[in-house]
Design a protein around this ligand. Structure first.
Ligand SMILES: Nc1ncnc2c1ncn2[C@@H]1O[C@H](COP(=O)(O)OP(=O)(O)OP(=O)(O)O)[C@@H](O)[C@H]1O
Length: 545
């Protein structure tokens, strides 16, 4: 029932929709009244009431048209509002998660929350709950109407109601099982399709298109099978409730017939009772199906609300940043069993330029991620700076399907002059700010995409710049030029990780840190390290740097 808070959050919409639904919901009662008037004229020969009948009929038509139309508009607007509120809260919480939590979940699962789960909540919770409230109120009104005609008839209708509403309870376990299968599969399904579409070129290159088409068919089949199970369980619940209600209704009509025959009920009530009891039964069937839908979606509701109620757990960053970056006896592992950084201490001084070198897997990128605050350390202290003070350029840049201006700006507006300077910084002076880039930069070369990524970070430059293998996709000349420009930055502290160094560039760093198995095993200027002829020297001779 926690999801109810969304229903109640927008009280005005809720009351408005409830009122219009009620006005529309009493249409069957109005019809019963008109039928009762007509029956009176027909069976009792009260022709003087024909004018009233005609007037009531016209009024009924106008009333029906108006109330049902207004109700449809109100209901769709309210449902849109509910879905928007839920989607916005979910998006906020997801975007405010810490990096490590965000990375734990597959993108397909995150997408599925929006493309699938919210839709399900709307279909099986928001929409039914409104209909159910109205159905219950209208059923109670019908019951009161019948009870006023005859108490025994009313009592029989209560019996029908109880029998019909027991059906969803009986189906509860099966419904939950099927719907949970569907919800967990829809995340996997989205992830798989996303991966296939993203790696389309690999599939083509390896000539394995047929195999992947067959696999895709299997996933679609599985997905539709799970969807069919849920739909089937919900409609079976409705059908069984319908059957039970129909059986009771037949008995009910037989009893009504006998009551009229033996003079316990006036003939003029026959038609109205038949009419309202039909509506009563149909309301009960709706309630029964809706209850089934409710049960099927309860785990999805909990999943979404747990994410929303976590309000994101974004890392808190220290505010006492004094310009230097301190690592004090830092130990860290992505898993408890394997430490990647081992009791590492170092002070990065403000404005200085550091090269971080070492063999693959020695923990170079990890140390940058710890400074960024992507992961909490297990032991020691890192003066985690976070995005307020740090800029990061990654090995691969992601490009948005937008203009170069918007790709550089990223929602923060900078002057064209600044942006053009950033394009010059990465040797792309010929690029126009209004030029469009396709998704993933498919209309650019790999190196151009990377340079746009570098220009983007430079346009948002903070006091500390972290670079992780940023020139891997660039030609030697462009790489040297960009590296030199970064090293010429006056104020910024730079931590630069790469395998591909040129001696001339290395000489420009204030300090080179040599990593081995999560530790700094050597440090100093290029000349000092070469003179030492130790680990750095051997790496260089082996061509590892
Ligand atoms: N997200 C992750 N989850 C688990 N293990 C990881 C993760 N990222 C890196 N590792 C592991 O941590 C170790 C250090 O990785 P890191 O990326 O810091 O090395 P690196 O020195 O930057 O290597 P390279 O030069 O190849 O980029 C490696 O053994 C790697 O397999």
């Amino acid at each position: 029932m926690r999801m109810c808070r969304y229903i109640l959050k927008n009280k005005k919409y809720f009351i408005g929709t409830l009122c219009t639904s009620l006005f529309a919901g009493v249409v069957p009662l109005f019809l019963a009244y008109v039928i009762q008037l007509i029956s009176d004229v027909a069976f009792n020969n009260h022709f003087e009431k024909a004018g009233t009948c005609l007037f009531a009929s016209v009024l009924f038509l106008v009333y029906t048209l108006m109330t049902t139309s207004i109700n449809s508009i109100m209901k769709s607007t309210y449902r849109k509002k509910l879905k928007t509120d839920l989607g916005e809260d979910l998006y906020f919480s997801l975007m405010n998660q810490s990096y490590s939590t965000f990375k734990k979940e597959k993108i397909g699962n995150q997408l599925s929350l929006f493309t699938n789960d919210i839709k399900m909540v709307d279909e099986y919770y928001f929409h039914p709950i409104l209909s159910m409230i109205v159905d219950i109120i209208v059923s109670v009104i019908i019951l009161i109407y019948i009870l006023r005609i005859h108490v025994f008839v009313g009592f029989m209708m209560v019996l029908i109601a109880v029998a019909t509403l027991l059906v969803p309870k009986m189906m509860e376990k099966r419904l939950k099982k099927y719907s949970n299968q569907l919800f967990s599969y829809s995340g996997i399904y989205n992830s798989k399709l996303k991966e296939i579409f993203q790696n389309f070129d690999i599939i083509l290159d390896l000539s394995v298109l047929k195999q992947f088409v067959d696999k895709g068919k299997e996933w679609i089949e599985n997905m539709e099978y799970k969807q069919r199970n849920v739909n089937m369980a919900i409609s079976l619940t409705g059908n069984w409730a319908n059957c039970i209600a129909a059986t009771f209704q037949l008995i009910f009509m037989l009893v009504i017939g006998l009551m009229i025959l033996y003079g316990h009920l006036d003939m003029i009530y026959m038609m109205p009772i038949v009419n309202v009891s039909n509506n009563f039964i149909s309301n009960l069937n709706d309630i029964s199906s809706n209850l089934a839908g409710f049960k099927s979606v309860s785990d999805v509701n909990s999943k979404l609300l747990n994410i929303i109620d976590s309000h994101g757990q974004a890392n808190k960053f220290v505010s006492n940043y004094d310009g230097n970056i301190y690592l004090e006896h830092v130990s860290f592992g992505y898993t408890e069993s394997k430490m990647v950084i081992d009791d590492l201490s170092f002070k990065f001084e403000k404005g200085k330029k550091y090269a971080i070198v070492g063999p693959s897997g020695s923990g170079k990128s990890t140390i940058l991620k710890l400074i960024l605050g992507y992961y909490p350390v297990q032991k020691g202290n890192v003066s985690v700076l976070g995005p307020k003070n740090v800029s990061m350029i990654h090995q691969e840049s992601h490009i948005f399907d937008d203009t170069i201006r918007n790709n550089l700006n990223m929602e923060l507006v900078q002057t064209d002059e600044t942006l053009l300077k950033c394009l010059e910084f990465v040797d792309l002076p010929e690029f126009k700010l209004d030029q469009n880039i396709c998704e993933d930069g498919s209309n650019l070369s790999g190196g151009q995409v990377q340079r746009i990524g570098i220009a983007r970070t430079i346009s948002h430059l903070k006091e500390v710049l972290l670079c992780d293998e940023i020139t891997a996709s660039l030609d030697a000349q462009t790489a040297i030029e960009i590296e030199n420009r970064i090293l010429d930055l006056k104020e910024e502290t730079v931590l630069y990780v790469t395998h591909k160094y040129f001696d001339e560039t290395l000489k420009k760093f204030d300090c080179i840190l040599v990593f081995k198995q999560g530790r700094i095993v050597e440090q100093g200027s290029f000349e000092e390290l070469m003179k030492n002829k130790e680990y750095f020297y051997s790496l260089k001779n082996k061509g590892c740097i």
